[in-house]
Design a protein around this ligand. Sequence first.
Ligand code: MOS
Length: 752
Amino acid sequence: MNYQVLGKPRDRVDGRLKVTGSALYAGDRHPENLAYGYLVTSCVAKGSIRSMDTSKAEQGPGVVAVYTPFRPLKLYAPLSREEGGGPGDEQPPLQDRGIRFYGQIIGLVVANSFEQARDAAALIRTEYDPAKPVLTWDEGLPHAFAPKSIEEEGSTATVLAPGVTHIDDVIRQAPVSIEVTYREPMNHHNPMEPHATTAIWDGDRLEIYEATQGIISHRRTVASVLGVDEDRVHLLCPFVGGGFGCKGSMWMHSPVTAAAARDLKRPVKTVLTREQMFTLVGHRPALIQQVALAATPDGALQAVKHEVQSTVATSKVFIEAAAHRTSRFLYKSPNIQVSQKLVPLDVGPPTFMRAPGVAPGMFALECAMDELAVKLNLDPVELRMRNYAEIFPGKNVPWSSKNLAECYRIGAEKFGWSQRRSEPGVRLEGEWLAGVGMASALYPAHRGGASAKVRLLADGTAEVSSATQDLGTGTWTVLAMVGAEYLGLPVDRVRPALGDSMFPPAPVSGGSQTVASVGTAVRKAAESAIQKLIRLAVSNAKSPMHGLAPETVSYDAGYLAADNRRVAFADVLNAVDRGAVEAVESIDPLSHDGRYAYHSFGAQYCEVKVNRYTAEVRVQRVTTVMDIGQVVNLKTARSQVMGGVVFGIGLALLEQSLLETGSGRFANANMSEYLVATNADVPYIDVAFVEKPDLVFSPVGARGVGEIGISGIPAAVANAVYNATGKRVREFPITPEKLLLGESGSPRISVI
Ligand code: MOS
């Protein structure tokens, strides 16, 4: 495969706009006569509102309106996912007095300034009839239920060898086995840019600026809640300051703001506070995962059993499919069983968070594999290679492309894995204990239906547009690069455009699907535009190629060629007096015809130091090798993997949302107490790719890179902490107190 543009490093085309502050985000819009919304939220987790005294707030300076369940804005139920919508929460606020979670929207104050709206909101007196909420594992587990189905490419949840009726029999009789339980807290996405909506009505038409990962699905969903036709809604979102999944759904601040603007006949803008970001736009559920692995003495897995319990909201089912998306197929074994139960709590709806299902599932599976390797006295990489799955277990289909073995090998070489000492707790360096760990990485490859427009212009440039969005991942640049590749033009002659619902529709930027989906549509539209150019060139009497048979004309690098003639496309367009030729093309979602499985894979290695006295963990270096098919932009792909690694370090060591029992309030709903990994926590990250285009999966050869970077790192860090200290912490994050005192306060021998 000889690409001219794809796979090379390329600066972001929107980089200058971003670093100079010229990129306008949804909350940066200041239309004339703008009013500011401030959301009022509940202070109990369950029950109902008895009364709300808004009289003082209404008299506040600059206050325009105060909406509550007692003075509601009419909102309708959103279109469901089955109907093509994408709601994060299914119940529009202000329509009744019920309370389902702490921090739920119970009002909107609109004023002439943000400060006036916020101050007035603080003057509202709300009385509740509270009920006792369910907020802990102990309270919730008795209500656990199994979801109806978990769809993962039609694979069954259980594979058993002939003659085996219960996987537990295999585990009990196996020469070597482990059974371990891992616990993970809730996590919040915390993108830098908060959710924001600016709504402007012109008669019955709505122009809405929104921070979203899905322009088209957000438009459709917000229209359904407002009770208007989606054609009357124009959604704009040229830039997104991070999403990680929380902007993949439409949340209710958006229609509430738009409904207020409609009611007041005035533009209204609402920006969520950081604290509101913890209750109104989703979170990753908490999990308890039980993993049992059984093996022969030489490390052949006889059984893999992975049982997941994940939390949900009482009002919304969301499946954090941690086992179905990992243990079900990562390793070859004659007996595999995965299962999931959901535990309802009185919290806001959970949602997708970077590598949903996969990140927590790999945390459990890849730590368990490390524990098994220790028990077998086998190198962890060797254990993984001995159980390498060449085909999807129980389905007898190969992957469209899988180069995981190369990832293990290249990663081990680059990292210096052979220097590892398998005995834990023996590398003492001053007051630090050092150790290394590794884990596999994986993420499913998704390709949705998408469309794009390609225009060839008379000035010799080209335009590529699609109603996709760039949540910071680099889609602006990727659009230009894919367009340039298939038009044979330099990248700086291709202008990308996205972030506008008027453009040809594209799917949500979730599931790491944008490059494969939109890129494939761009390729098809580019090829179609070239065909139109050729037809124009041979049919128009003024064209220098008039009269030639179209099949004798070829296109190469911006020129049409036939016989010994070569004419630039701009010259053709000028000769026939046309400003442009353009083509709009759509592609269908990838059809799962059962012949292949589609995943990206990788290997991640890291070294940590753990302080002997304080148990502070510092990640020293990370090596990561990814098999993601064709890389499109080497620079932004590398950044995506690095971002995933940073996220993974946070999951392993820092991130946890603390739910206050009793109140249902997130006790650390701010950036000083919800700790994320920052520069000081992050070492040098060595990123490499096994560049093997996957043309079975997508015509651009790419499988996507947004989420896989996070998938193996948490386990790699945890395994390195074990190698450094000899201590297994199975409750994440691995904080110093757990290393010193043990989980849940139970005594543990100190690391000293
Ligand atoms: Mo990603 S959590 O699929 O936006």
